[in-house]
Write a protein of this length. Structure first.
Length: 263
């Protein structure tokens, strides 16, 4: 069984599944899950190892800078029921007004981030999760991914991988490549859903067609091994090559290994 492609170049592709499972995380850089309108089709979907990693990665630079400088204005947001009215925290008062009165999804996400990081308000993961969900229920793809991540890690909610898969699906159905990639991962591993290689291939293909390099690599592996598709070496080579062109180092190693087999 091949545990890691980099460990032994003389070993054949007798079994690529474990390598694929390891590689699933390789394409998700430690970037903010809130990044919008990326070339890959949407926000970068990241599964963090710890809650602290998640908090650090999703702390918006603008909010952090405002917190550090302590800039707060008076006189904004005196609406009844606004917990920040009259506190001198103009930014939070205005966010609250937009999130509640206007039902503004972006403001709801901003409030969620503030509660998540403790910026301008006492840190409260449950309230953060509530605001992310309000935005997600309006169909906001970024919020849907944040909700999915909360359920996958138990941040402010009980850990529930089925719920995580549900919310990733909602974002994936909006053609967000990173969500499609992660949903494919869930189907490949049977995380929160019944293991189904054909479904994994389906979602990886959608992400791969948006130049999501790790999805391209995994799709190539599925074609090589016949996981969810008929074995097709030419298709495997095609997807490995595309992934390599997009900077996926493991795909380049796969191509080198296939070339070694041919020799």
């Amino acid at each position: 069984m091949m545990s890691n492609m980099k460990m032994n170049r003389n070993i054949n592709f007798a079994f690529l599944a474990l390598f694929l499972a390891v590689a699933l995380f390789a394409g998700c850089g430690k970037e903010s899950a809130e990044t919008k309108n990326e070339a890959s089709g949407g926000p970068e979907c990241v599964l963090y190892d710890t809650e602290e990693d998640y908090i650090l990665a999703t702390d918006r630079s603008g909010a952090a800078q405002d917190s550090q400088t302590g800039k707060r204005a008076e006189g904004v947001g005196n609406d009844a029921g606004n917990p920040f009215a009259g506190t001198g925290n103009a930014r939070m008062a205005e966010l609250w007004r937009k999130a509640t009165e206007e039902n503004d999804a972006d403001a709801q996400i901003d409030l969620g981030v503030c509660y998540q990081t403790g910026d301008g308000v006492e840190r409260n993961m449950a309230k953060s999760a509530e605001w992310f969900r309000k935005a997600a229920e309006q169909g906001h793809a970024v919020a849907q991914i944040l909700v999915a991540q909360n359920y996958s890690m138990g941040l402010g909610v009980n850990r529930d991988m089925a719920e995580s898969a549900k919310w990733y699906r909602k974002a994936a159905e909006q053609d967000i490549a990173s969500a499609q990639f992660t949903l494919g991962q869930y189907y490949f591993e049977g995380t929160g859903v019944k293991k189904d290689y054909e479904e994994a291939v389906k979602w990886w293909r959608k992400a791969a067609e948006q130049d999501y390099s790790t999805a391209q690599f995994n799709l190539g592996g599925c074609y090589y091994e016949g996981l969810g598709v008929e074995k097709d070496r030419a298709e495997a080579m095609k997807w490995f090559r595309l992934a390599a062109e997009n900077g996926e180092e493991d795909a380049q190693e796969a191509l080198e290994m296939l070339a070694h087999e041919d020799n």
